[in-house]
Write a protein that binds this ligand. Sequence first.
Ligand code: AMP
Length: 235
Amino acid sequence: MNIILLGYPGSGKGTQAEALSAELSMEHISTGDLFREEITKGTPLGLRVSEYLAGGKLVDDKTVLEVISSKLEKPEIQEKSKEGEKSEKEEKFVNGFLFDGFPRTVEQAEALDSLLSSKKMELDAVIFLNVDEADVVERISSRRVCPKCSKVYNVISSPPQKENICDACGGELLFREDDKPAVIEKRMMVYKDLTEPLISYYHANGVFYEIQARGDATAITENIISLIKAEISKS
Ligand code: AMP
């Protein structure tokens, strides 16, 4: 099963992807996390993309697609598509990919379609996390992330046990540079111009589902899992 989570910056894609990938044994692919890791490590890719992230602009499609196709080429990922063999890696990735923050343009969506079909894979669902713009702006202002393991916290609704310290790995939590108000404004504009058209794109493809994503994160995860069990897995 391959699923895309779609929604505004701050709509909870990262939090939901983390919970769902653990619950459903899916491989979580977050292009934002991948870019941030490259930036932290100071790799050539990180240096190339850091200005885009800092300014709230989208990284060019070519770079994004290179990153995605190399992710899908990883030997352990390919292994999952082999029928009839049971290895540990296969167990881990057996339920496919959960894309978070990708695709973000119609061009990326078209390229993903070709990439999946070249690998004889299908896209099963695009789940749109529907929240009001005002809510996400508020949510983003209380978001903190762990730079070491990418776990996301909200200092009001899901704070870490120890202030500013990641429960999972002990890393010191940060406020994302691109969550600052000026950059958020730009990211919202970019979302409306370039990413929102994906709603009609996937409507037309017959794989679009919508979830009300306001409120308690655990309840939202449960709603998504029920949707997957009731609708998507039977289609
Ligand atoms: P995110 O963590 O998904 O909010 O992404 C943070 C930033 O990474 C975005 O504002 C973009 O600069 C970049 N980025 C992440 N995913 C993509 C993508 N699919 N296409 C272009 N840029 C991306």
